[in-house]
Ligand binder design. Structure first.
Ligand code: URA
Length: 202
C-alpha cells in the first residue's frame, strides 16, 4: 500500500514536470529554450514534513534543474545544517518554475501561471510545515491559505507561525527572509538563524 502511494506521488510529480516542460503559454518559455535552461520543479522527499518555497530559479538553478543550488542555496544549506535538518528529508521548490531573465522579480502574470503547479505539489506532499522564503512566497502563501488579512511587510512577519487547516490536516506556516538577503549581510544571516531555531522547535 505504502509503495503504491509512493508510486502515485511520483507519477503526479512527473505529470507536473511534463506540463511545465511544455508550458508554451508562459512568458518565460521562450527565454528558457533560447538559453538552453531547464525548468526547476523541486527537489527532496515526496513525503517531507517540511516544504520550503522560494521565488524563482536563478542562473545556477536553471542550468542544473535543481532549486537553491547557487549562492542562496549555500546559505539555505548552512541554515539547514545549523538546525540539523537533512536537505533530502525536506522538499524545496519555488512558486515560479522557470528563470526570469536577469533574475528579475517574478511578475504577477508568471505567479498566476505557475502557482497552480505549486498548489498541486502541496496537495501531493501534504507537508505539516510550509516555509515561505521571501516576500513573493509570503504573499502567495498567505493569500492562498486565507491569511491575507494578516499580511504585513516581511520585516514584521518573519519568524511568526500561522496555522491553517487543509483537507489532510493542520498545517503550520512560517515566513522567513529569503536566504539571498544573507549572502552579503551577516546581520540578516543571524536573523535567519534565529528564525530557523524556531523551525527546529516546531
Ligand atoms: N532563489 C529562489 O527563490 N529560488 C531558487 O531556487 C534559487 C534562488
Amino acid at each position: 500500500m505504502l509503495k503504491k502511494i509512493k508510486k502515485d506521488k511520483k507519477e503526479l510529480m512527473r505529470a507536473i514536470k511534463d506540463e511545465v516542460v511544455a508550458l508554451k503559454k508562459s512568458p518565460l518559455y521562450k527565454y528558457r529554450i533560447e538559453n538552453k535552461n531547464l525548468p526547476v520543479i523541486g527537489q527532496g522527499s515526496h513525503d517531507a514534513k517540511v516544504m520550503f518555497i522560494g521565488e524563482a530559479p536563478g542562473k545556477n538553478e536553471a542550468q542544473t534543474g535543481f532549486p537553491f543550488c547557487g549562492a542562496s542555496g549555500k546559505i539555505l544549506d548552512e541554515l539547514l545544517a545549523y538546525i540539523g535538518m537533512d536537505r533530502e528529508k525536506v522538499y524545496i521548490t519555488n512558486i515560479v518554475k522557470d528563470r526570469p531573465p536577469l533574475n528579475r522579480d517574478p511578475s504577477p502574470e508568471e505567479i498566476k501561471i505557475y502557482g497552480p503547479f505549486l498548489d498541486r505539489q502541496i496537495e501531493i506532499i501534504e507537508p505539516k510545515i510550509i516555509v515561505g522564503l521571501g516576500r513573493y512566497s509570503m504573499e502567495y502563501i498567505m493569500r492562498k491559505f486565507g491569511l491575507e488579512s494578516k499580511l504585513e511587510p516581511i520585516s514584521k512577519l518573519h519568524g511568526q507561525v500561522f496555522e491553517t487547516t487543509l483537507p489532510y490536516g493542520k498545517v503550520k506556516i512560517i515566513i522567513l527572509y529569503h536566504p539571498a538577503v544573507a549572502v552579503y549581510n551577516s546581520h540578516t544571516k543571524n536573523m535567519l538563524k534565529k528564525d530557523f531555531e524556531l523551525l527546529k522547535k516546531l
